[in-house]
Design a protein around this ligand. Structure first.
Ligand code: DNO
Length: 393
């Protein structure tokens, strides 16, 4: 009988300060952990020593470190300024060290300035659970009235500008502060972003358009993927979240054409993608089943999550099996892909609603235990159901 390849079930864990313990991760049914050394400043080398320390901790709990997420790309590399060459060398050293410790996949992103961006962390769902939300008018309120980015008005439609002006007048000081905190939330355990830093970083992109940023990405990928290939570790670039330009910045990892571009230009066995259905699915132009088929062997890691969009491209994070993306069709594609490639691909339930007991707990936004557990369990069942229906199980 043929070997059956199922998705490797992993769970993002932010390290020792994560309110979800490794023991609890075990209880979710996950076998692997996705984590990063968040205490190491962006751009600095991850030494074998530090990697092993974290790896031992994970292994002691009965789990394995399956994927690095993220090994951050320093802003100098994205802008190809200052000592970017030095940062690329440091990145290569980290890749070598990660490979030497036996972790097979490294996730990173190439979003200028900020990682993922939302405007609310507690959008109330009809069942009382809380979801993450992105709203253009709120983004404009932040951009124009809080950040005060020069010429920010040019980035929004007339309609959004009018609504933003009204909303700004209506919002209390507390509401404005909370909006700023959400937009600049960043990654748990990493250096907090503040408006002056953000303005300074935005300045670095003054002369960088999409074509220039693409060149910078391909230069970086060429350098780093050669090393990754040599030491047999896979790279997985995470798509822009959300998958469209914000803050007047170019975004180049948002669409099928974007993926086509860099995968063709840097075509080797290490250069691949993190197929994040929630990020890609927030654009009505992305057809995820078509993309999963198209990029098949380039998919090194999968994030499964859903979104519901409205006509203005605002969106909230939906339950994993509802929302705009056909999760059953996507999972079916991944199942077929794994049998074709004869390997398991790691996936993680990406985000979940804050619900039940977690509503009153301090949690990392999007990463509370129960909502993700619900998503993971639903996806696990979905996978098994599909396998059965295909007579594969
Ligand atoms: C958000 C995450 C992202 C992701 C990075 C990868 O929840 O999916 O922050 O980890 O963009 O580099």
């Amino acid at each position: 009988m043929n070997t059956l390849y199922k998705m490797e079930q992993t769970w993002r864990w932010f390290g020792p300060k994560d309110p979800v313990s490794l023991q609890e991760v075990m209880q979710t049914g996950a076998t692997g952990v996705v984590t990063a050394l968040h205490h190491i400043p962006h751009g600095e080398v991850w030494t074998k020593n530090e990697i092993k320390k974290r790896q031992n901790e994970v292994q002691k709990a009965g789990l394995k470190w399956s994927v690095v997420e993220s090994l951050p790309v320093h802003e100098s590399i994205k802008t190809r300024t200052d000592n970017y060459k030095n940062y690329i060398e440091k990145y290569k050293t980290s890749v070598r060290n990660i490979a030497a410790c036996g972790i097979p996949v490294i996730t990173y992103n190439f979003m200028p300035v900020n990682d993922w961006t939302r405007t609310s962390l507690n959008y109330k769902m009809p069942d009382g659970s809380l979801a993450l939300y992105f709203n253009w008018v709120d983004l404009a309120v932040f951009d124009i009235y809080i950040l005060k980015r020069k010429n920010a008005d040019n980035s929004y439609s007339k309609n959004i500008l009018l609504n933003a002006e009204e909303r700004f007048k209506k919002y209390s000081k507390k509401e404005l502060k909370s909006l700023a905190d959400v937009v600049m939330f960043g990654i748990p355990g990493e250096k907090k972003i503040i408006t002056t830093d953000m303005l300074q970083k935005l300045q670095m992109y003054k002369h960088i358009d999409a074509a220039a940023l693409r060149d910078n990405l391909c230069y970086f990928q060429k350098e780093v993927s050669a090393v990754a290939e040599e030491c047999d570790v896979k790279l997985a670039i995470h798509p822009d979240d959300p998958p469209f330009p914000i803050f007047g910045l170019p975004r180049i990892v948002s669409t099928q054409d974007d993926f086509d571009f860099f995968l063709n230009r840097v075509n080797n066995s290490a250069n691949g993608i993190c197929f994040c259905t929630g990020s890609l699915g927030a654009s009505k132009n992305n057809n995820l089943t078509v993309m999963a088929k198209r990029f098949s062997e380039k998919i090194n890691f999968v994030h499964l999550r859903n979104v519901t969009k409205d006509n203005e491209e605002n969106f909230y994070e939906a339950d994993h099996l509802s929302g705009d993306n056909d999760m059953a069709a996507i999972v079916k594609e991944i199942i077929l892909l794994q049998q074709k490639l004869k390997k398991s691909i790691p996936f993680r339930p990406d985000h979940g609603h804050q619900m039940l007991d977690d509503i009153n707990k301090k949690t990392n936004p999007g990463y509370s235990a129960i909502g993700r557990l619900r998503g993971m369990a639903e996806i696990r069942g979905l996978e098994m159901g599909i396998l059965h229906s295909m007579n594969l199980f």
